[in-house]
Design a protein around this ligand. Structure first.
Ligand code: 5RP
Length: 290
């Protein structure tokens, strides 16, 4: 039986309430507690930014360059990331559950690079996402693509399921090979994604007018790294994106296809979290590479 001696009535009820505080992510203050808690495992509450390490490419590309052996290429990088974007297969087989990172679980799939990529279906049940303790669910949206409506339906279905379980959804704006990647297109794709319930949106950086994409999108935007380029250039793009309103980067190939992935990830962290300029970040990359 609990000790009932000396039960003291509370007396210290004075003073003004501690500030409730706004939530650190754009457009997400009204979400449920669990959903905000999960978002806080992806975006660092200290600055509202994230460095996500994306290695979900195998879900349609197979063992692409740099991802032949996830155990060798990705595991050593895990401590440096805020969040990991991966498939449930990679997660269960390769990532230890004690990793401590927010897991952004790839939740759509279907076609391989041999077929029409926009023909995706949802590929993870909400029950399995809960079992995997996913911090977010990622789904591809193909605005203007051959299967636009189907991919939007995937997004809204996942948002309905995610809201029920308190799991935020990341909409990944996928651009067809023959489509123009400009600010006008990405304003359209990101805004549609946010209006239909995505808690954050992944898109590409564009040189002309990126700030109009981030300002017109009512939820945080993270940028994909895109195809492998020189480290100096990838860091410049990351820096520009952050300056122009991105809440982080979700980078894959420009990290794991670098000759020095750990140095590259550290340099990206410098840009996103430590306010490094792209040239300071490149210096850091070179120092850590040697
Ligand atoms: C696949 C994805 C990838 O995770 C993403 O594009 C990876 O990033 P990167 O472009 O930096 O390799 O969403 O469609």
């Amino acid at each position: 039986m609990a000790d009932l001696d000396d039960l003291r009535d509370g007396t210290d009820f004075g003073g003004s309430a501690a500030p409730a505080g706004g939530f650190h992510l754009k457009g997400q203050a009204g979400q449920d507690w669990g959903l905000r808690a999960r978002l806080s495992r992806v975006f660092d509450p200290a600055d509202g930014k994230t460095v996500m390490l994306a290695f979900d490419h195998g879900y349609f590309q197979g063992p692409t360059s740099g991802l032949e052996r996830l155990d060798r290429s990705i595991l050593p990088l895990v401590p440096q990331a805020d969040a990991l974007m991966c498939t449930r297969g990679a997660l269960r087989t390769t990532i230890p559950p004690e990793n401590g990172k927010g897991i952004v679980l790839r939740a759509s799939g279907g076609p391989s690079i041999l077929k029409e990529l926009s023909d995706e279906e949802l590929a993870v049940s909400i029950d399995d996402a809960v079992r995997l303790d996913a911090a977010a669910l990622a789904v591809q949206v193909f605005v203007g693509g051959e299967n636009e409506t189907k991919s939007i339906k995937n997004l809204t279905t996942l948002v309905d399921q995610g809201q029920g379980a308190g799991i935020p959804v990341l909409a990944v704006t996928a651009v067809g090979r023959d489509m123009v990647r400009d600010a006008r297109y990405f304003r359209l794709a990101t805004r549609i994604s946010a209006e239909l319930g995505a808690a954050f949106v992944k898109t590409y950086y564009v040189e002309d007018g990126f700030e109009t994409i981030t300002s017109a999108c009512p939820v945080p935007i993270v940028i994909a790294g895109g195809k492998k380029v020189e480290e100096r250039e990838a860091l410049r793009v990351a820096y520009q994106a952050i300056q122009e309103g991105a809440a982080g980067v979700d980078m894959g190939r420009n990290v794991f296809q670098s000759e020095h992935p750990a140095a590259m990830l550290a340099a990206v962290r410098g840009v996103v979290h430590d306010g490094l300029t792209s040239s300071d970040a490149f210096d850091l990359f070179q120092t850590l590479s040697h």
